[in-house]
Design a protein around this ligand. Structure first.
Ligand code: ADP
Length: 405
């Protein structure tokens, strides 16, 4: 079965076409800067595992429809397309950012699902409208394919109320849905499943802490395979220090900024989401640049890394307490998978808690899932590459099979 995974953003579409017989990526690509003066298209076709045929173009796409039409054409193009016609695609799996409390698992999209995603726009004003656009267009261009929605928030819906409720007037939750939702759920779910495979145990028997460190960063506490807490909140701003987001701060700080610096709500929103985090502390948000500065003894880079890794360490402590027994800690995403230094700083001093890093293993670089703790470490530390597209494709396949049976 061929499944197309789509991630539609406000000015971009990312896609990956899978042959689910062996989860082979047949083609992938993205279109950026849709509706801007010049859009960029990158398309890759993989006729066989080590072979890639690439097409890169600067073109103008006036809207998402035009971009998607071009993608559909490329997928069946004689030179760069892996399929003969659009009907070869059985299903489209859509990444949808916010499913609120309604969606605890991936679903087949129908009118009521579309309405519900629309109703959740206030909770994800930047993402859900774009995701809906992708759903509408894919439905028009591939009318015979199943359309499945896979939600970033769904994995975290198993959190108990003591973890998802804020200590605010309860009415704010009941009437206005103010609560912790959590994000990056697809990634946490994927690496948790991979960790279970790596450890050779059913996920249901494992307690794990998963640490996703990309541009956005979040952690999840997973008990017997189910998420029981996560660091992002009602929005992705809460929790860990990120590239440009502050993560946790005293909630009174915005009031202080408004009162004393006369900042507007919009200013504060930009400050916390775009000008804080690593960037706020040292002027850079790309970790590779920060590490270069750190290696040349730059004081602000040192400071940024200390604050960044101290926050991770604090959350590890908190989640160890939440879980009681923890079998494994998983690092994933751009920083988690690649940065020896961040893993080392975040875990230093945790030996008495049963977390003992193996320096040599931490330095070795293999693309696959691997262990970086010493044999005698009570809690296994693993590095597992995330693959959100594959997780969406697997979830999509599961829903299609349910509907076909
Ligand atoms: P996104 O959230 O956009 O998917 P990624 O998961 O790609 O982000 O992670 C981006 C981050 O990963 C950037 O801060 C980047 O510097 C960092 N990163 C990527 N490769 C490396 C590397 N080899 N060493 C250290 N950091 C890296």
């Amino acid at each position: 079965m061929k499944i197309l995974v789509i991630n539609t953003g406000s000015s971009s579409i990312k896609y990956e076409l899978f042959d689910m017989t062996d989860e082979y990526v047949m083609a992938s690509g993205n279109v950026e800067r849709i509706a801007e003066a010049q859009s960029f298209l990158t398309h890759q076709y993989f006729p066989e595992p080590e072979k890639v045929v690439e097409k890169k173009e600067s073109v103008f796409f006036k809207n998402h429809e035009a971009a998607f039409e071009c993608i559909a054409e490329l997928l069946k193009d004689k030179k760069v397309g892996p399929i003969k016609n659009a009907a070869d695609i059985t299903a489209v799996g859509h990444r949808v950012v916010h499913g609120g409390e309604r969606f605890k698992a991936p679903v087949l999209i129908n009118e009521s699902v579309v309405t519900a995603i629309r109703e959740h726009i206030p909770l994800a004003p930047l993402h859900n409208p774009a995701n809906l656009k992708g759903i509408e267009i894919a439905g028009n261009i591939l009318p015979n394919a199943y359309q499945i929605a896979v939600f970033d928030t769904a994995f975290h819906q198993s959190m108990p109320r003591k973890a998802f409720l804020y200590a605010l007037p309860l009415e704010l939750y009941k009437k206005y849905k103010v609560r912790r939702y959590g994000f990056h759920g697809t990634s946490h779910a994927f690496v948790a499943e991979q960790a279970a495979q790596y450890l050779g145990k059913p996920l249901k028997e494992l307690n794990l802490i998963t640490i996703h460190l990309g541009n956005g960063c979040s952690m999840a506490a997973i008990q017997q395979g189910r998420c029981v807490d996560t660091s992002m909140g009602m929005t992705p701003l809460e929790g860990l220090v990120m590239g440009t987001r502050s993560g946790d701060i005293d909630p009174a700080i915005p009031l202080y900024l408004a009162d004393y610096l006369n900042l507007s709500l919009k200013d504060i929103d930009r400050l916390l989401n775009k000008e804080s985090g690593l960037k706020g502390l040292c002027g850079e948000n790309d970790l590779r640049e920060i590490i270069k500065k750190y290696e040349s003894s730059d004081e602000s880079a040192q400071l940024a890394l200390e604050v960044y890794t101290y926050r991770i360490k604090k959350y590890i402590g908190a989640y160890l307490a939440v879980l009681g027994r923890c079998h494994g800690i998983v690092f994933t995403a751009g920083i988690g998978e690649n940065s020896v230094l961040i893993r080392e700083m975040a875990l230093s001093g945790l030996e008495p808690l049963g977390i003992i890093l193996d320096d040599k293993r931490n330095h070795s670089f293999v693309r696959d899932a691997r262990e970086i703790s010493l044999e005698e470490s009570l809690i296994k530390v693993m590095v597992i590459p995330t693959n959100e597209e594959l997780e969406i494709a697997r979830a999509t396949l599961e829903v299609v099979l349910q509907h076909q049976s």
